[in-house]
Design a protein around this ligand. Structure first.
Ligand SMILES: Nc1ncnc2c1ncn2[C@@H]1O[C@H](COP(=O)(O)OP(=O)(O)O)[C@@H](O)[C@H]1O
Ligand SMILES: [Mg+2]
Length: 372
């Protein structure tokens, strides 16, 4: 223990750090067991392209790091936190596979390896081995990088490509990278934890910080957090964090549903967010989740559904009834926020138009609104 000035959490709950940050902790990975099995058996079966989809905070990065650290032998795995903007960078990146490995010598001797010949090199060096290229935040990739990834994945025989990204990645690939999309032979979606897993996540986080069990949360409080967040990992952490902060402010050492009612207003906003649309146990159709959406979001969907070519946020606001907003600026800000969130969930598609962005409904949502 050091003599650093202790944070209030420590004094009140006996923790040595805040358990509820968004830190990536690969050793505390809960649930998603089927998804992990599916990814692992894909890799074992020499899957060419595995894709992991989930909204921000569903656990993609943690899952990848957990797999690499705890589930795969670490040889010949390359993890990229995001795809390179310039496809030419893939050459150096792939050359890294050869670091500390038998094929380094031959590769590094050759000066003029480039995108057009690296596949041959890799093949001659990998031989019967197997390499795993893992790319996080793949939805941020340029189309050009994606096209080269597809080509290299086709041509490097024993390479499995694992890409993780927001759900929008799937739509993007479907519409702009059809050939690549058809190469995907294993696809998993991260949605949410179940009730027991939610409990486990909270408990493991608290125990890691030096606490005991679920304390200061009561079991029924934890169940309520599950209900409220739909088991969505980032929201669980966010919600626990705000309750803890609130308890500290009020000097309360047990967080039960009573405290909850005191501070409900503050939380209500940040809570469910992504959860309903991605809840695993419930019906998966988008139509159901539209029913559950807040009115403001429904209004936007309504307007977008009759403008297939897309609208900018300002154009959307000009078609809206502004009664439920303070003023026009406020409406634009709110619309922008809602659109950003919907973009994360893959329910709208964003394209540049001059200085602004225009938004249109993604395929799945369009189908759903036609039905309604
Ligand atoms: N299944 C899980 N088990 C434990 N912690 C998780 C899980 N999923 C997400 N988290 C935690 O939630 C936060 C957000 O997860 P992250 O991996 O960054 O999501 P993403 O990469 O999908 O945006 C991180 O603090 C992470 O440790
Ligand atoms: Mg991530």
């Amino acid at each position: 223990m050091n003599i650093m000035k202790k944070h209030e959490d420590v004094i009140l709950f006996g923790w040595n750090e805040n358990p509820f940050t968004f830190k990536i902790l690969p050793d505390i990975f809960i649930g998603y067991e089927n998804e992990i099995q599916s990814i692992l058996s894909g890799i074992k079966g020499n899957s060419k392209v595995t894709i992991i989809l989930g909204p921000t905070g569903s656990g993609k990065t943690t899952l990848l790091k957990h797999l690499i650290k705890n589930k795969l032998s670490s040889k010949n795995i390359l993890y990229l936190p995001k795809p390179p903007r310039d496809p030419a960078d893939l050459v150096n990146i792939l050359m890294n596979f050869t670091k500390n490995s038998i094929f380094r010598k031959l590769l590094s001797r050759k000066k003029d390896v480039n995108l057009y010949n690296i596949a041959d090199y890799m093949n001659s060096k990998i031989k019967n081995g197997h390499v795993l290229l893992v790319i996080d935040e793949a939805n941020e990739s340029t189309t050009e990088t994606m096209e080269w990834l597809r080509t290299l994945s086709d041509q490097i025989t024993n390479m499995t490509l694992v890409m993780a990204g927001l759900p929008v990645l799937e739509n993007k690939m479907k519409s702009e990278l059809e050939t690549f999309y058809r190469r995907i032979d294993n696809s998993v979606k991260l949605t949410n934890l179940n009730q027991m897993e939610t409990r486990e996540l909270i408990k493991r986080r608290i125990e890691r910080a030096g606490g005991e069990g679920l304390k200061p949360f009561t079991p029924r409080m934890v169940d309520m957090i599950y209900e409220k967040t739909g088991g969505f990992p980032r929201e669980i952490l966010r919600m626990c964090n705000s309750y803890v902060n609130e308890a500290i402010k009020k000097n309360i050492t047990m967080i039960d549903v009573d405290l909850k009612s005191d501070i409900e207003d503050v939380k209500e906003h940040s809570v469910v967010r992504n959860a309903p649309a991605f809840r695993r146990q419930e019906s998966k159709t988008v139509y159901d989740s539209i029913e559950e959406m807040p009115q403001k979001q429904k209004d936007i969907i309504d307007i977008l559904s009759s403008h297939i070519k897309g609208l900018t946020p300002t154009e959307i606001v000009s078609k809206m009834n502004l009664k439920s907003y303070k003023n026009r600026d406020n409406a634009i800000r709110s619309v922008n926020n809602i659109l950003r969130r919907m973009g994360d969930e893959g329910s709208v598609i964003r394209e540049r138009r001059g200085k602004a962005y225009k938004y249109s409904l993604s395929g799945k949502l369009r189908t759903a609104t036609v039905k309604s």
